[in-house]
Design a protein around this ligand. Structure first.
Ligand SMILES: Nc1ncnc2c1ncn2[C@@H]1O[C@H](COP(=O)(O)OP(=O)(O)OP(=O)(O)O)[C@@H](O)[C@H]1O
Length: 238
């Protein structure tokens, strides 16, 4: 990764760029100076740990990257596509095809089974469906097994699983169909230290197998050691 701020370099299996951010600025409030964000260039398959104190703009940055917020200045290129130049429909499809998102609250569909939650992205994206091996159901089961979800839980409604299990199901849903990019916003905040480290290792191992880049946001700097690249947000305003 290259950045104006602190980072360490990591090798990559590809020279394709996963995330390229340039001159990004955003203002929630027109009377305040806009938040300004560092430039980054993260190669496909590399991972980035983004940290910073409360209020430094981590969630805002993630929303700008995901195309949920439109920047006042600058550009965001994901997998060589400028997402803010896409119309709303094309942006939604780009997200479905190329991005897995893990939020703090997981956003699982409560009335669906564990397996149906994991396969959901493949119903929204032909591309991700085609990338599953050999079938969507097989890949969902492989991911659930790799993330240690017991087989007798796969047909259960997701609400009947523990919080830690739901967190891993959100990770399986983000990974299915090998999206180029996973954005994870404090996805381990509810876990104890042992489970947190285990979850992270599994997520990063599976991402490595799929050549998926993970941008992981947390205020907890003890997690940084799992990542080859780190970036601190300081809440700078220009
Ligand atoms: N919906 C909003 N409306 C107005 N201002 C907002 C909104 N969301 C965030 N902000 C402001 O933007 C700044 C950055 O907030 P943000 O939530 O991105 O920080 P954060 O680093 O994710 O914080 P935390 O670690 O507490 O989740 C803060 O000053 C915050 O008050």
């Amino acid at each position: 990764m290259t950045s104006k701020t602190d980072s360490t370099n990591n090798s990559s299996r590809s020279t394709e760029t996963a995330i390229e951010v340039s001159g990004l600025g955003f203002s929630w409030d027109p009377v305040q100076a806009p938040l300004s964000f560092p430039d980054i260039a993260l190669k496909r398959g590399d991972h980035l740990f983004l940290h910073g104190p409360s209020g430094s703009g981590k969630s805002t940055f993630l929303s700008l990257l995901a195309g949920m917020l439109r920047p006042d200045t600058g550009s965001v290129r994901l997998l060589d596509t400028d997402i803010h130049h896409l119309g709303p429909g094309a942006r939604d499809q780009f997200r479905a095809d190329h991005m897995g998102v893990i939020f703090q609250q997981f956003n699982l569909v409560p009335y669906l089974s564990t397996r149906a939650n994991v396969t959901l992205p493949c119903g929204l994206s032909e591309l991700r469906k085609k990338r599953t091996e050999p079938t969507v159901a097989d890949e969902a089961e492989r991911l659930l097994a790799a993330l240690s979800i017991p087989e007798d839980h796969w047909q259960r409604k997701v609400t009947r699983l523990s919080i830690g299990q739901q967190q891993r199901i959100a990770a399986a849903r983000a990974l299915i169909g090998a999206p180029g990019l996973i954005l994870a916003d404090e996805p381990t905040s509810a876990l104890d230290a042992d489970n947190r480290d285990r979850f992270l290792e599994l997520l990063l191992n599976l991402a490595h197998r799929h050549n998926t880049s993970v941008l992981f946001v947390s205020h907890d700097q003890s997690l940084a050691r799992h990542f080859g690249n780190q970036l601190e947000l300081r809440g700078d305003r220009t």
